[in-house]
Design a protein around this ligand. Structure first.
Ligand code: HEM
Ligand code: HEM
Length: 189
């Protein structure tokens, strides 16, 4: 059996998949369910005994362990992204090019979805690192707004990706999901 996706390619794919899921989950929790203003409102509705600053400190302390995961997985994501780019340069792109007019439209569309992913990941990384390191302080609010767009672009990518894989599985690339898991080309072909 031939190997379509090398062990490194599969390792990078699944590392990126796990890291992005954790980054999205923790970003979502910080913005919504564990939003510090919402937590302060809840604490304030239960007690009048504390000043607002202390309530904010409590809220931040509650979400701190969760937030450490965003920062840790940001390192994982930066590492996986850089290795993926080096691997792409060394071994060829491994997904269809949007700009190759000889390829069928379906494959160019698929390539454009992956390009969309890597461009947006780059923007998220750049803005995330800028927030952490305090780069461009005069533009902090805009950088934060752009970074938080992740709440929209990532689910759009996932829906397109899952739809693309389902279409591939049901048409000309049966078993492509197991190839991304085990690396073995399917016997179904
Ligand atoms: C949860 C987050 C996920 C992310 C962020 C993600 C990301 C990506 C990206 C960027 C590619 C382009 C090629 C590459 O760079 O390796 C890709 C390809 C692929 N992914 Fe995912 N993926 C995710 C989940 C999944 C799941 C759940 C499956 C399968 C059950 C899957 C199966 C595949 C397959 C089969 C390809 C290769 C498609 C082809 O070459 O035609 N991915 N994925
Ligand atoms: C490539 C992916 C990503 C990387 C590398 C990344 C990295 C970072 C870093 C380093 C910070 C600054 C942490 C700090 O100051 O302590 C941050 C903040 C943040 N990230 Fe991400 N992140 C990514 C994706 C996402 C996604 C998908 C979301 C989902 C909404 C998200 C939501 C947030 C939020 C809400 C903040 C706090 C902004 C603020 O209030 O200052 N991030 N991110």
């Amino acid at each position: 059996m031939k190997t379509k996706f090398t062990p490194l390619h599969r390792f990078l794919h699944w590392t990126i998949a796990v890291a992005m899921t954790v980054l999205y989950g923790t970003g979502f929790l910080r913005m919504y369910w564990l939003n510090k203003h919402k937590m302060v409102d809840i604490i304030a509705s239960k007690t009048q005994a504390l000043p607002k600053e202390e309530m904010t400190e409590i809220a931040k302390a509650i979400r701190a362990p969760m937030w450490e995961w965003h920062v840790s997985f940001a390192y994982v994501m930066v590492f996986a992204f850089l290795v993926r780019i080096i691997y792409m340069i060394a071994k060829g792109i491994k997904f269809p090019s949007l700009f190759n007019s000889k390829l069928p439209m379906k494959e160019r569309l698929q390539g454009s979805i992956y390009l969309f992913f890597y461009v947006f990941v780059f923007v998220s990384m750049f803005t995330g690192v800028s927030l952490k390191q305090g780069f461009f302080p005069e533009m902090k609010d805009s950088i934060e707004t752009v970074h938080k767009l992740g709440i929209y672009w990532f689910p759009i990518f996932i829906l397109l990706h899952i739809a693309g894989i389902l279409i591939a599985e049901y048409t000309n690339k049966k078993g492509i999901s197991s190839e991304m898991i085990s690396g073995k080309e399917s016997d179904l072909k």
